[in-house]
Design a protein around this ligand. Structure first.
Ligand code: VG1
Ligand code: CO
Length: 543
């Protein structure tokens, strides 16, 4: 066995997006494509000699091959140990936990999250740093710079080990430790939540369905919900991870999780429903006849977290991404704790969590999590909800309605226009930016613009500044429209339009969301010229 130095040439399209590098599988299959990016990570990350690396992915097509490549390259780049999930599997939050538990230098997570998989689907590589969280922008910029001047990579010519059996093997001078992907994660969950209370509630008739969407959370949910908490066998559906997710998008929203939504609306609906995404970091929460808006879920979890033993002492603060609704801000104000507004992407929460400024974080895109790891965590949110239901003895819908009564309701929706012509989408954003300065004071129907800007964020911990994070148009009274382009798509551009309106009056909390937001939806088209510029009359997805 020897270590090879392979000559290569840079690719000019390896810029990490919101959450790592994502491309179509055939793109990743080009000779040296994955190897170059992995070498750039190792070069940019300043690997400590003999350090530990965590590796795993969501099991999508090409996962196994790239896990092998990462292991062979780690052995040639000075790592002393690789910790890898059995069969190369690890959910994103479980990987974050392992990085922290094992005091690893970092981790490589292979996933394109909620994007479809299979030979023509998507693939992705993400680097997480020693705190368990996604590499901050300074690191991703260094990785990108390195991809542009790379001329060699190092790899062992040994075969990658068989990953099907837990235990430790060796490649070159490096240990490869194959671990049960679920065990440490499930143990962590038992420290945070009152499993006895949840078990008793389930035994007493709290019915549930969890849809794993043929993605990574199947084994985690089966172990935790069925084996440890006693939910009847079959409560977890689509539990076997498949390389192509059974042909669907493992995206827990009303479009891609429609069978779950229909089930929760049916006559024999369980009391609680949930789903997670490809890599297990997102969550969708439902009750009998209700889908909980992710922004509301964040606010409700923050307001009730003290009911779970891991948060019994209260939470120190809340952070949300800028486009996420301001429902959580009202909870923070009532609890008199800090509230932070960050750009989209979990990497911006890391410093706040490390500094103890916040305990709970969330994004409108179905991501919620806490300081137990440094990633959003789908099953964590499910368990916190179950813990709250068990303690309060109320249904999901009643908890949501009571929350609105106490805090008011932030009507909210996101409209996605997918695979839009890239140039048209960029022009739309440029045109908006060009008009920001003159927007204040303009009237659209009953709405008057009070402020308009392109969001920028100064990290309160390390002082780093991130600009160009989305155009915000704020109206007097607090309603908002936000426009931004997705940083996770792999084809054309995805335009995201976020709409929010606050309603304090409980008598007006029962409107259909689209009716409540009608004026804002029309105004978004008037200001953004969406139809004219994209040729689309309707969004592809409303979440
Ligand atoms: C999307 C979401 C963002 C999330 C990111 C990664 O990014 O909007 O909130 O953090 O996906 O999540 P974008 O740039 O496409 O809007 V995941 O579960 O895909 O790792
Ligand atoms: Co995800």
């Amino acid at each position: 066995m020897s270590i090879l130095t392979v000559e290569t040439r840079p690719f000019d399209n390896q810029k990490p997006g919101t959450s790592g590098l994502r491309k179509k599988v055939p793109h990743f299959q080009q000779p040296n494509y994955a190897e170059n990016f992995i070498q750039a990570i190792f070069d940019a990350a300043d690997v400590p000699e003999g350090g530990t690396l965590v590796v795993g992915g969501d099991g999508r097509f090409f996962n196994r091959e790239v896990v092998g490549t990462v292991i062979r390259m780690a052995a040639a780049n000075g790592f002393g140990r690789v910790v890898v999930g059995r069969d190369g599997l690890l959910s994103t939050p479980a990987a974050s936990n392992l990085i922290r538990q094992r005091k690893a230098a970092g981790g490589i997570i292979l996933s394109a999250s909620h994007n479809p998989g299979g030979p023509d689907g998507d693939f992705g590589i993400k680097y997480n740093v020693a705190n368990g969280g996604p590499a901050p922008e300074g690191v991703t910029e260094r990785i990108y710079a390195r991809t542009r001047d790379l001329s060699q990579y190092r790899i062992s010519d040994a075969q990658a080990p068989d990953l099907s059996q837990p235990g430790t093997t060796r490649i070159e001078a490096m240990d490869v430790e194959i671990v049960d992907p679920v065990a440490d994660y499930a143990a962590l969950m038992e420290t945070l939540f009152d499993f006895d209370a949840i078990r008793a509630a389930i035994a007493g008739g709290l019915t549930l369905r969890f849809d794993a969407m043929h993605a990574i959370t199947g084994p985690y949910a089966t172990e935790i919900l069925e084996r440890r908490l006693g939910a009847p066998a079959g409560s977890v559906v689509n539990a076997v991870p498949l390389e192509d997710f059974g042909g669907g998008h493992p995206d827990p929203n009303v479009v891609w999780a429609a069978p779950l939504v229909d089930h929760l609306r049916s006559a024999n609906a369980p009391a609680f429903g949930a789903a997670s995404d490809g890599d297990g970091d997102r969550n969708m929460i439902l009750g009998k006849g209700i889908v909980v808006t992710p922004s509301d879920s964040l606010a409700i979890l923050a307001a009730n977290a003290h009911l779970a033993k891991g948060y019994a002492g209260g939470i120190s603060g809340i952070a949300r991404s800028m486009p996420t609704s301001q429902a959580a801000d009202r909870v923070a104000a009532k609890l008199k704790i800090g509230m932070f507004e960050t750009p989209t992407g979990w990497k911006f929460f890391g410093n706040l969590l490390d500094a103890g400024k916040v305990t709970i974080c969330g994004e409108e895109s179905s991501g919620t999590g806490s300081d137990h790891v440094r990633e959003k965590d789908g099953l964590w949110a499910v368990l916190l909800w179950l813990n709250i239901l068990a303690v309060r003895g109320m249904g999901v819908a009643d908890i949501v309605h009571e929350h609105w009564k106490t805090y008011g309701r932030n009507y909210y929706q996101r409209h996605d226009y997918e695979e839009v012509d890239k140039k048209a989408a960029e022009d739309l954003m440029d045109s908006l930016r060009g008009r920001l300065a003159s927007m204040a004071g303009q009237r659209f129907g009953t709405l008057v613009v009070s402020e308009a800007d392109d969001f920028s964020y100064k990290d309160p911990v390390d002082g780093s500044v991130s600009t160009g994070q989305g155009v915000r148009i704020i109206f007097s009274g607090g309603s908002r429209i936000v426009f931004r382009l997705s940083g996770t798509g792999t084809k054309g551009a995805t335009l995201r339009v976020y709409l929010e309106r606050f309603e304090a009056n409980p008598d007006k909390h029962g409107l259909p969301v689209e009716e409540a937001l009608k004026e804002l939806i029309d105004t978004a088209d008037a200001i953004g010229e969406i139809r004219k510029r994209t040729g689309r009359s309707e969004p592809d997805v409303r979440t």
